[in-house]
Design a protein around this ligand. Structure first.
Ligand SMILES: Nc1ncnc2c1ncn2[C@@H]1O[C@H](COP(=O)(O)OP(=O)(O)OP(=O)(O)O)[C@@H](O)[C@H]1O
Ligand SMILES: [Mg+2]
Length: 367
């Protein structure tokens, strides 16, 4: 399954555009700020109901327009299927063959998509938030609905607790602690497992990209202990940490023992990454994390993924580019952006080329 064609309206800097993706590789070529990444983003939205750049649906709506519309024709063995996504007033609504979709699960399993983008550098940055989201995404590949539900639930619990903490009503907290422990224990168990999978695969992916050194990944939950495998024991660990840090939480006026404060740490040869890795090492590590996501996506869905490569060719030297391209397998559909047609030489495969200029697409000639 892949995307055969895409029509977009009032999406980012596009008033209206249509693109066909007849071949395995499509290249979007153009100068800076013309709409190359925006088109990749539209493809990603059609496949996942999410942007890889912004969590706010309103960012996707063209300035001055009321809402955007994306229509993708998906190829499938049983014939083409049509996915549509509309975004207005900060909300998204999606349909598959005219049937309203409630979540992204069905689309994601039809068109598993993985993006490699310069923004991925943030995965190797000092904040754990992008790495938590990355782990949660890996969890969602194998346990579709329940993890997202638990994350929503725990956000609501944290909000309630924070309200009580701000109001200094610590006595009422206990009612929430039990619920927090139950949900958090499930989340921590899944994150721990996902981190272990990453830890097992990351060194190989990093080495495969020519990265010097051994890359490591570890999950450090906010309750300060390695989560027990038994859910009841993990809940005990959480309740214990909540009791120990109660006065600290009251002083801070905010929940401290919640999954939103879990850390996911990366290291290179046991040196902490955000503080001690070079920019080049950090970039390779981020690429390696996406490489792991790609392997796991393949394994989870059994479908060749849609690979969206944003600026990957221009950000890396020739050897690294070839190594990134080694990630790509025969059946994968690839859509990439590049500043120059010349950069496509590295691909060594026939690609449909579009020239992108000021939110419009023109033929760029095939290669
Ligand atoms: N909601 C929006 N409405 C209108 N224009 C937008 C919107 N969001 C982004 N843009 C504009 O779209 C233009 C193209 O952005 P895009 O990120 O696709 O560029 P690009 O071709 O990938 O460039 P680069 O090579 O620099 O990465 C930018 O000028 C940006 O300001
Ligand atoms: Mg771009």
């Amino acid at each position: 399954m892949g995307i055969e064609a895409l029509v977009i309206q009032d999406f980012r800097n596009y008033a209206q555009a249509a693109v066909e993706l007849p071949r395995r590789v499509t290249a979007l070529v153009g100068r800076n700020a013309q709409g190359k990444t925006n088109l990749l983003e539209a493809l990603y939205v059609a496949a996942t109901l999410q942007s890889f750049r912004s969590s706010r649906a309103e960012d996707l709506v063209r300035t001055g327009a009321e809402g955007f519309f994306v229509r993708a024709v998906l190829s499938s063995p049983a014939g083409p299927r049509v996915a549509t996504v509309q975004g207005a007033a900060g909300r998204l609504a999606a349909a598959l063959d005219g049937r309203r979709l409630r979540g992204a699960g069905e689309l994601r399993s039809l068109v598993p998509a993985v993006v490699f983008s310069p923004e991925d550098l943030i995965l190797a940055g000092s904040g754990s938030e992008p790495r938590r989201r990355y782990l949660d995404r890996l969890v969602a590949l194998t346990q579709r609905a329940s993890h997202a539900d638990d994350l929503r639930r725990v956000r609501r619990i944290a909000e309630q607790r924070n309200r009580l903490l701000r109001a200094r009503s610590a006595d009422a907290l206990e009612a929430w602690d039990q619920q927090l422990a139950v949900t958090y224990a499930r989340i921590a168990g899944r994150r721990k497992q996902a981190a272990a999978t990453v830890a097992a695969r990351l060194p190989g992916a990093y080495e495969g990209l020519g990265g010097p050194g051994a890359a490591g990944c570890a999950y450090r939950p906010a309750f300060g202990a390695e989560p027990e495998a038994d859910p009841a024991a993990a809940q005990e660990q959480i309740l214990k940490a909540l009791a120990e840090r109660r006065s600290e939480e009251v002083r801070a006026g905010v929940s401290l023992v919640v999954p939103q404060r879990d850390e996911v740490v990366l290291d290179l040869d046991r040196r902490p990454v955000p503080h001690q890795a070079s920019r080049g090492e950090a970039r390779l590590l981020a690429l390696a994390l996406r490489g792991v996501e790609l392997e796991l996506t393949r394994a989870a869905t059994g479908e060749p993924p849609l690979l969206l490569l944003d600026d990957v060719l221009s950000e890396l030297d020739g050897i690294r580019v070839r190594r990134v391209l080694d990630f790509i397998r025969g059946g994968d559909q690839v859509v990439l952006t590049a500043l120059e047609t010349a950069a496509l030489g590295e691909l060594g495969v026939g690609a449909t080329v579009y020239r992108v200029e000021d939110g419009r697409l023109g033929p760029g000639g095939g290669r």
